[in-house]
Design a protein around this ligand. Structure first.
Ligand code: NAD
Length: 510
């Protein structure tokens, strides 16, 4: 494992793959190897670094600072000082700055996509899609900045007025995952900047480079010094850095996207200081198919809902519940599409549609869930093993049948390219199975029966429901889950309001 080899040996690995990659891809100016505090590219106080690996071949892309609690504290101080001036900047000016950031990211979208592919492994075409998706939040929140309005409420008392205004919360701590390393930054930072907040970001240790590239472009767009700060840290130091980011008195809000397990830790830490939280956590999305559905359309949407980012998406379809009348056709069609469209390989290779899993732990988790299901009676119709010729993180796209609701795989977020299909007999059965989970992020329903569509939307205990659609996220939509999938919304005007508080002023003597 390259993570555990001594640093001098590691540096010698900073040779072939890394340099060939950079020469091929011209994006040197966006590839940063330092953290970013107060508009300065800085090392950790300890000077420690950790490697960022390309998951396709384990080559080292670069090293970044392995920061600790004291570095995070400094970044928070900077964000806190900056908040005093940034909150006085007019909404119009904040909007202009966000718009410039959007423009410059658009101009650099190819370079950004190459960085995303290098560190996350996703195919280049998907990385370009992520840049467009991520940019759409900057575009949207540039508009939103000028629409965060207050209210004047008729007062019950003579000669007085009740005025409600929106004020920015202050410093926001942002902790993000590796699966959408650019879009998770813009979705949060666009919103909080529109509201007038400042931030400290701790990106995933697997994918810090996309965040660093995004802030390099933010600086070029004129985002003032200290508004955005980035602290990079290894997994080892993440808990210590995370607790400062949650508990420091100068932080007012914690905005986290990641697993439910880590979300619960951060929620507990935030509670100590009665901080606001925005938590976007794990899911276990049902994808329900009824007999009236247009099967060809449903299968195409199923491919998108499942295999986007090789199954590593929080709203990825996890449990396929298919009515017995269409079950056989659905399973046969799905298998054919997987065989035809899932082309496994490094994300930079032309024609590849499914890249590697992000790291060895994730690869073991996915294969372990499949093995457990098979040993309990499930059958793979395709896949069910690693493509060992490609390396230890390339798992073949898999379709499992004869899955039972009590199996481990059915009750966990797979986060990989595995389809599991369960036969259902009725709407009631589908609802009972779908709702039997502590998560509640996204659900999908395919039907041509309008009444059934509305009923399902109302009765599904999920924060988001896609009716006849497998791709539901967008900057204008309020993204978020219920139950253990999280608290709060991202995107839409609600996404910006998450970073505001209401101030009530009573004007007397009017
Ligand atoms: P993760 O929870 O393991 O890590 C997320 C981040 O938390 C990383 O930056 C990590 O370094 C940090 N972290 C880990 N332990 C920490 C601690 N004790 N204190 C502070 N920070 C800590 O998640 P992941 O593996 O990076 O991402 C996959 C998960 O993210 C999945 O469960 C997925 O569903 C979820 N996710 C949710 C959404 C959403 O919008 N709901 C979007 C993308 C991903």
């Amino acid at each position: 494992n390259v993570r555990t080899i001594p640093m001098d040996l590691l540096r010698s690995h900073l040779t072939r793959n890394f340099r060939i990659y950079l020469n091929q891809t011209r994006q040197m100016h966006l590839l940063k190897s330092k953290a970013y505090i107060d508009s300065k590219w800085v090392s950790a106080r300890s000077n420690a670094v950790f490697p960022v690996l390309n998951p396709a071949d384990d080559s080292v892309i670069t090293e970044v600072p392995d920061m600790e609690a004291a570095d995070a504290k400094l970044a928070i101080e900077v964000a806190f000082d900056t908040f005093k001036s940034w909150k006085e900047v007019t909404a119009k000016e904040r909007s202009k700055i966000l718009r410039r950031w959007f423009d410059i990211c658009e101009q650099n979208s190819d370079y950004l996509a190459e960085i995303i592919t290098a560190e996350s492994g996703k195919p280049l075409a998907e990385a370009k899609g992520e840049v467009a998706y991520g940019n759409s939040f900057l575009d949207w929140f540039a508009d939103c900045a000028r629409h965060i309005n207050g209210e004047v409420v008729p007062s019950p008392w003579p000669n007085k007025q009740i005025i409600l205004t929106r004020q920015p919360l202050g410093v926001v701590s942002i902790i993000t995952p590796w699966n959408f390393p650019f879009a998770m930054i813009t979705r949060k930072v666009g919103a909080l900047m529109a509201a007038g907040c400042t931030c400290v970001i701790k990106p995933s240790e697997d994918t810090p480079l996309s965040a660093l590239a995004a802030v390099e472009l933010a600086e070029k767009a004129g985002v003032p010094k200290g508004v955005i700060n980035v602290v990079t840290t290894s997994r080892k130091n993440a808990p210590a850095v995370g607790s400062v980011m949650c508990e420091d008195d100068n932080v007012q809000c914690i905005s986290f996207t990641g697993s439910t397990a880590v979300g619960k830790i951060l929620y507990g830490q935030a509670a100590k200081g009665v901080k606001r939280v925005s938590l976007e956590l794990g899911g276990n999305a049902p994808f329900i198919v009824f007999p009236s559905a247009d099967l060809e359309h449903t299968l195409n949407q199923a491919m998108l809902a499942k295999f986007r980012n090789n199954g590593q998406a929080c709203i990825g379809a996890n449990r396929f519940l298919v009515h017995e009348d269409v079950y056989d056709k659905f399973v046969t069609g799905f298998k054919e599409l997987i065989a035809k469209k899932c082309i496994l390989g490094p994300g930079t290779q032309e024609g590849v549609t499914c890249g590697p899993l992000i790291n060895i732990e994730q690869a073991k988790k996915v294969s372990g869930l499949v093995e457990n299901a098979i040993s309990n009676g499930a059958r793979p119709l395709i896949g069910g093993e690693f493509a060992t010729d490609l390396g230890n993180k390339f798992y073949k796209s898999t379709l499992l049948v004869d899955v039972k609701p009590e199996m481990k795989i059915f009750n966990e977020e797979i986060f990989g390219p595995v389809v599991q299909v369960l036969k259902i007999k009725s709407e009631e059965e589908a609802l009972a199975i779908a709702n039997n989970t502590r998560t509640g992020l996204a659900a999908y329903v395919f039907t041509k029966d309008l009444g059934q569509a509305f009923r399902m939307s109302r009765k599904l205990d999920f924060g988001m429901v896609g009716i006849n659609d497998g791709i539901i996220s967008g900057a204008e939509a309020a993204f978020g889950g219920i139950k253990e999938s999280g608290i709060g919304r991202e995107g839409s005007l609600h996404g910006a309001l998450e970073y505001t508080d209401i101030k009530y002023t009573l004007m007397s003597g009017l």
